[in-house]
Design a protein around this ligand. Structure first.
Ligand code: TRP
Length: 338
């Protein structure tokens, strides 16, 4: 994956295969991966080991979503010829690196990781946090460092992970020999902050407020028709609010006609535009964008052997690079006995 003789910078990003991907993933990460794929040697990790840290009782769910997650990426234009897709559990060096890195962090630091803290609260673990779950930021550092990536495109919620990775890099390089580059996060502008259809929180895989890339036209239309708008806008003639109105938030992101949209907003604010009008516009805009992705998905799903081949070849490449990294690590630590 070299561009002529110029070696491209290595970027790595990943998804937990825990469920269907939605519009938030599309605007917050997949689109950005497509934008980066010509300029970076980009690795896309299917993070099944991380997904198991809070799904140990349901590995079948994770297994089923490995293909789905990969299909979602490719259907959105993340090109398997330009990117390396690989499966976390199939690269044993990641587990090896995790073990060595665990000695470079403290338990109190792990518990203070804001992302882990939020998730512990969401899941209601209380004092019963699975150790693997608490430690997943360390294995995430190993995901990133096994291929010596220096760039990680990720949502804002992932920034504490990058911070923790850099602490591990600094500690490792200082204790042993300089082995790893520091890592830089790239947070895309929309960074997965898309609100859910209920307007209450961020769109989530399991919060019942998502529009999935796999949704049919009918389901998509139903979800838009039920979207949160402006509760004070009861009659078409009432003046309406734009701020906090999810339909307009989505139109701002997806509508390619800013002039027409500007005029519609003015009319809506003044009173005289019903919610059905703005929702119909959004259905059309989303259908134009997601329709082709849905059709790609269906086609790709017919060819699961091809998807598995992409994952297998990518995993082989990741394994080769990671084996070299692990050798560097053992040399730096002087545990390369024979
Ligand atoms: N933690 C990420 C998420 O929940 C997934 C992930 C695993 C990841 N390993 C990674 C992201 C390495 C970036 C880099 O979405």
């Amino acid at each position: 994956m070299e561009n002529g003789t110029i070696k491209r910078k290595i970027a790595l990003t990943g998804d937990r295969p825990t469920g269907k991907m939605h519009l938030g993933h599309y605007v917050g990460s997949f689109k950005n991966r497509v934008k980066m794929q010509d300029d970076y040697d980009q690795f896309i990790l299917v993070a099944d080991v991380q997904a198991l840290t809070d799904n140990a009782d349901n590995p079948a769910k994770i297994r089923a979503n490995i293909l789905e997650t990969t299909i979602d990426n490719i259907a959105c234009g993340v090109d398997p010829h330009k990117n390396t897709f690989f499966i976390q559990s199939m690269v044993p060096e990641i587990a090896d690196l995790t073990i060595y890195f665990l000695n470079l962090v403290t338990v109190s630091r792990l518990i203070r990781n804001p992302t882990v803290k939020d998730e512990v609260n969401q899941k209601g673990y209380g004092q019963n946090i699975p150790a693997g779950f608490m430690c997943y930021p360390v294995s995430q550092a190993a995901d990133i460092l096994c291929v010596k990536a220096c760039v990680v495109p990720a949502g804002e919620d992932q920034l504490p992970m990058i911070e923790q990775t850099n602490e591990i890099v600094d500690k490792f390089n200082a204790l042993y020999t300089a082995t790893f580059p520091r890592v830089k996060a790239i947070v895309p502008r929309i960074a997965a902050r898309l609100s859910g259809t209920d307007g209450k929180s961020k769109m989530g895989k399991s919060t019942g407020n998502a529009i999935f890339l796999a949704d049919s036209s009918k389901v998509l239309a139903e979800k838009v028709m039920n979207m949160y708008t402006d509760p004070a806008h009861i009659h078409a003639t009432d003046p309406g609010h734009i701020e906090g109105n999810v339909v307009f938030e989505y139109l701002d992101v997806f509508d390619n006609d800013p002039k027409g949209l500007g005029e519609l907003k003015e009319k809506y604010k003044a009173g005289g535009v019903g919610d059905v009008v703005i929702k119909k516009r959004l259905i059309e805009v989303l259908e134009n964008e997601i329709g082709p992705i849905r059709r790609n998905r269906e086609e790709l799903a017919q060819n699961s052997d091809q998807i598995l081949k992409i994952l297998k070849e990518g995993t082989e490449r990741a394994c080769n690079i990671s084996a070299k990294t692990l050798r560097d690590v053992k040399t730096a630590m002087q545990i390369n006995y024979f």
